[in-house]
Design a protein around this ligand. Structure first.
Ligand SMILES: C[S@@+](CC[C@H](N)C(=O)[O-])C[C@H]1O[C@@H](n2cnc3c(N)ncnc32)[C@H](O)[C@@H]1O
Length: 242
């Protein structure tokens, strides 16, 4: 597996595929199908063996900011069908003998070499403990979240649900990351409330927003990258002891 296509969007082919509207296909699924068939990232993921076009979002972010490195421990939240996990396993050098990547999704996923997969809802009360157990009790260097709630079509509801996933992921990251660790998570534009960003800025040395080229311009998604986790404060440790 190669490191990916770099940070440029692949060029659009002149040979655009047009999809005829079929009786049983709605206008929105015709648009979806047409977009898939004409998307150079979809073609590329097929030829390079990635399970999703989403893989290129992580590849582009990592090519620019070098979050992944051999030997790092990674948690991938909302991992199905597995594109990010494939990239994480390849770039950390994870193997089945010494797995460094733990992935969770309530949707089933085909096995990936070097990745421990939990088929589970991340919002379940026991999910954090299950992830820590899968990490062999070790802290993580990097927590990734590409989780998105299934869209309802109601913009505000979709926003709230994905923001909630982001909040719970951020809380989990604070619990499992090593000092110096990194958190990368999807949000919707306008979805990270000021209070939430302020908390992240308190706990991490640097917080920034990123929109990788593979993320469609028309999509409200973007990623929050928080680097340099400051570690647990004495106050938090005292609370845990109590
Ligand atoms: C955009 S996809 C992830 C794509 C993935 N990064 C890849 O490269 O293949 C978002 C995933 O989040 C998962 N998800 C959403 N809410 C979740 C939850 N509460 N617990 C676990 N997974 C969740 C969905 O099932 C979906 O598979």
């Amino acid at each position: 597996m190669t490191g990916g296509p770099g940070s440029k969007k692949p060029g659009r082919s002149d040979l655009k595929v047009r999809v005829k509207t079929a009786k049983k296909r709605s206008a929105s699924s015709t648009r979806w199908l047409q977009r898939q068939l004409n998307d150079p990232y979809v073609a590329r993921s097929r030829s390079e063996g990635y399970r999703s076009r989403a893989a290129y979002k992580l590849i582009e972010i990592d090519d620019r900011l070098h979050l992944l490195a051999p030997g790092l421990r990674v948690v991938d939240l909302g991992a199905a069908p597995g594109g990010w996990s494939q990239v994480a396993a390849a770039r950390t050098g994870s193997t089945d003998e010494d797995p460094l990547v733990v992935a969770i999704d309530y949707l089933g996923m085909e096995p990936i070499p070097g990745v421990v997969i939990l088929e589970k809802d991340f919002l379940d009360e026991d999910a954090p403990d299950a992830l820590v157990a899968a990490l062999g009790g070790n802290e993580a260097d990097l927590v990734l979240s590409d989780m998105a709630a299934p869209t309802t079509g109601h913009r505000k509801t979709d926003h709230l649900r994905t923001t909630h996933l982001f909040e719970v992921a951020a809380e989990f990251a604070r619990d499992v990351l090593k000092p110096g660790g990194t958190f990368l998570a999807k949000v919707f534009r306008g979805g990270t409330e000021t209070a939430l960003l302020a908390e992240l800025k308190r706990d991490f040395a640097k917080v920034q927003h990123i929109k990788p080229p593979a993320s469609r311009d028309e999509s409200p998604e973007l990623y929050v990258l928080a680097t340099g986790f400051r570690g647990h404060t004495q106050a938090e440790n005292d609370e845990e002891d109590f």
